[in-house]
Design a protein around this ligand. Structure first.
Ligand code: FES
Length: 315
């Protein structure tokens, strides 16, 4: 039998049960991006997630002090599900099974017919919390109660200026869509580590705008969670290039899944220098694409105005 060519990528990680079991440990011990802070800016707002491959359901809630709390989505009484909606707002967390009520901080506040539980001490009962932290306006959780790295250390290697740039509170949510792909999560991460595919897969859109030698890759080999930075530049544009999007391009940017629009205002790209992006200080810069292991792909660029595309990967 022919030995696999060591220069090619093995398919073993995609078909091995043992590898899958190891992946579950990775997802249980990594910082996982769960959303933007602005998604739950008011007290009582929440987002909930099921991470099916590891049989975990969790919720993130902002309490009345403005603190973000993450909990397992399970009642400590008889394991009732606490959050059934994906997003929403609650004054308190009430279990639908027997009506136990928890504060937004996870503390047990009320038990219907409490006399049925003689000797119970409510102050000893609370929702099971999950490690949570934020970076650049993104919310991360770690299912390990004692994460090996702080989130800051986990993202080691990323330019310090990027955090302040992305966390700008004036930035507005503009548009978004969700697509469910039946794909192995590693595929989505792998393809963002290189720009080699752009001129082929995206030949009718982005591939027509960029050329492979305009794309640079950098790998954060010492970082536990920041994987790579792909920087894309455009060929130098002609003086008569359009400076405004056509209606079709505007619609495809807002409602479609792709767009071939690149901002032609080169002075804007140059102004991004020293803000944590465009390290080559080039007026041909279009976007930086970061991959954060295991579930965040982040595009920061001037496709239109200032744009973040965040791609959230589920397991
Ligand atoms: S399971 Fe939640 S109150 Fe009983």
């Amino acid at each position: 039998m022919r030995e696999p060519d060591s220069k090619l990528i093995s398919n073993l990680p995609y078909i091995s049960d043992r590898f899958f079991e190891d992946e579950k440990k990775v997802w249980r011990n990594s910082w996982l991006m769960m959303g933007r802070e602005l998604d739950i800016k008011d007290a009582g707002q929440f987002i909930s997630f099921d991470i099916k491959a590891i049989n975990v359901s969790l919720a993130i809630v902002r309490d009345s002090q403005g603190t973000l709390n993450a909990f397992y989505n399970i009642c400590p009484h008889r394991s009732g599900r606490l959050f059934c909606d994906r997003v929403g707002k609650k004054a308190a967390i009430v279990c639908r099974f027997h009506g136990w009520t928890f504060g937004l901080d996870g503390e047990l506040r009320g038990i219907p017919e409490e006399q049925l539980f003689p000797g119970i001490n409510k102050s000893e009962i609370s929702l099971r919390s999950i490690s949570i932290d934020t970076w650049a306006g993104f919310i991360f959780v770690n299912l390990n109660p004692h994460p090996k790295n702080s989130l800051k250390d986990y993202l080691h290697g990323v330019a310090p200026g990027l955090e302040a740039y992305l966390a700008n509170p004036k930035w507005q949510w503009h548009t978004g869509y969700q697509k469910i792909f039946k794909a192995n999560w590693k595929d989505l991460m792998n393809i963002q580590h290189e720009g080699y595919h752009a001129t082929h897969v995206h030949k009718r859109t982005l591939g027509a705008t960029f050329t492979p030698d305009e794309i640079q890759s950098e790998y954060f080999e010492d970082s536990p969670g920041a994987c790579s930075l792909l920087t894309v530049h455009r060929p130098r544009i002609s003086g008569d290039a359009p400076t405004e999007m056509t209606l079709i391009q505007q619609l495809s940017m807002k409602y479609g899944t792709t767009s071939n629009w690149v901002d032609q205002d080169t002075s804007r790209a140059a102004k991004e220098i020293e803000k944590g992006v465009n390290f080559s200080a080039s007026d041909k810069w279009v976007f930086d694409c970061y991959t954060f292991f295991p579930n965040l792909i982040l595009f920061v660029g001037c496709f239109c105005k200032h744009v973040i595309f965040a791609c959230f990967i589920k397991f």
